[in-house]
Design a protein around this ligand. Structure first.
Ligand code: PLP
Length: 379
């Protein structure tokens, strides 16, 4: 891994040492069932409580508003189905955006097939949905609004707080859910200030293990559980808790640096990359200048994403074409932003983590120039 330049951190991040230590600790020592009444169970339960406290602290909420899930996908499914089924007597209208992650969009499709009316707001060319479109979409009959905080392909911020204000103003019976998987740990999230009822996070985007996430559900809100059984997680998410993964998540949180200096470091990396690209005119930039700086989406016009991705791979540089979850399919996000076919077909996503440096940006840029000089154009 020494010379590897890993720039696919929005797909997943390298587990950090504290995450691995946490997992090992749970497997070697704290392996009891957290529901057991004896000391081994209590020890495991204490590890879970400690992790819950850390997440609650990061989101500025109460510990008993945090529920562990198996991943961000489960968090999104739980929030969306749970809220829709809980509120269906109050109305059938649901509002979301057309650039959500598939774990939201596929859940919405299923709700549509069950009789809900789902409104998909399109983004503007800059990748964010507009205030006007939100205002006209959210009416007094809306029972659920689901909007991501940061888009996973472009880094564009979405107006979640504004959605909360519109719901309140319209006196709508809507619950507000936010997919904050790409934003968590990278930008300050205070759930009460944001005005959300539910918010999803996932550990593997912040150097924790895969297969563990958490859902914030506001105390005053009732949502129907998706998984029923032994009543773990205070009856909201049954199934014996994965103590190793929860402790891995907890380890990742304890190693998470302060938001502001990290944000500034990523901004410097993003600025350096975008300036080089703009000066050379070698590619188009698809991410907004004021997006989350951890994500930079670019298009090397005339060169297919996959071809460039594999060329970079041959130089030990790893990026993604669109998002990892949309393997092989064109990006619905870039399409919805109205970008040309040529631009979407040649899009690659560069995503940084705290382990990246300016040297990585230089290596990437040189390799992109090399790609253009060595590869055959696709058109
Ligand atoms: N939401 C967003 C915005 C994501 O980027 C992802 C993963 O890429 C998910 C949800 C799904 O998270 P998980 O991989 O933990 O299921």
């Amino acid at each position: 891994m020494k010379n590897t330049v890993y720039l696919d951190n929005s797909s997943t991040t390298m587990p950090c040492k504290s995450a691995i230590d946490g997992i090992n600790n749970a497997l070697n020592e704290n392996w009891g069932n957290p529901s057991s009444l004896h000391i081994l169970g209590m020890n495991a339960e204490n590890c879970i409580s400690d992790a819950r406290e850390k997440i609650a602290e990061k989101l500025s909420c109460r510990q008993d508003e945090i529920y562990f899930t198996s991943c961000g996908t489960e968090g999104n499914n739980t929030a969306i189905f749970g809220a829709a089924y809980q509120r269906k007597k109050l109305g059938k209208r649901i509002v979301t955006t057309s650039i959500e992650h598939p774990s939201v969009l596929e859940a919405m499709k299923r709700l549509e097939s069950e009789g809900f009316d789902v409104v998909y707001i399109k983004p503007q060319p800059n990748g964010s949905v507009s205030q006007e479109d939100l205002i006209s979409a959210i009416n007094g009959e809306t029972v659920l609004v689901s909007i991501m905080l940061v888009n996973n392909e472009t880094g564009a911020f979405q107006p979640v707080k504004l959605a909360a204000e519109i719901i309140k103003k319209n006196n709508a019976p809507a619950l507000l859910h936010c997919d904050a998987v790409q934003a968590f740990g990278k930008t300050d999230i205070k759930v009460y200030d944001l005005g959300v009822d539910m918010l999803t996070v996932s550990a593997h985007k912040i150097h924790g293990p895969k297969g563990i996430g958490a859902l914030f559900v506001k105390k005053s809100v009732t949502v129907r559980p998706l998984i029923v059984g032994g009543g773990q997680e205070r009856g909201f998410r049954s199934g014996t808790e994965s103590v190793p993964l929860i402790m891995g998540f907890s380890g990742a949180l304890s190693e998470l640096p302060d938001i502001k200096p990290s944000f500034e470091k990523m901004q410097a990396l993003k600025n350096a990359l975008t300036e080089k690209i703009e000066k050379s005119g070698i590619a188009e930039i698809n991410s907004p200048y004021d997006g989350l700086p951890y994500i930079v989406n670019i298009s090397l016009l005339g060169y297919r994403s996959e071809t460039v991705l594999h060329f970079l791979e041959s130089k030990d540089i790893y990026v993604s074409s669109g998002s990892a979850c949309a393997k092989g399919k064109g990006s619905h996000v870039l399409n919805e932003m109205g970008l040309s076919r040529e631009r979407t077909d040649s899009a690659i996503r560069v995503s940084f983590s705290r382990f990246n440096s300016m040297e990585d940006v230089d290596k990437l840029f040189e390799a992109i120039i090399d790609a253009r000089n060595s590869l055959r154009r696709s058109n």
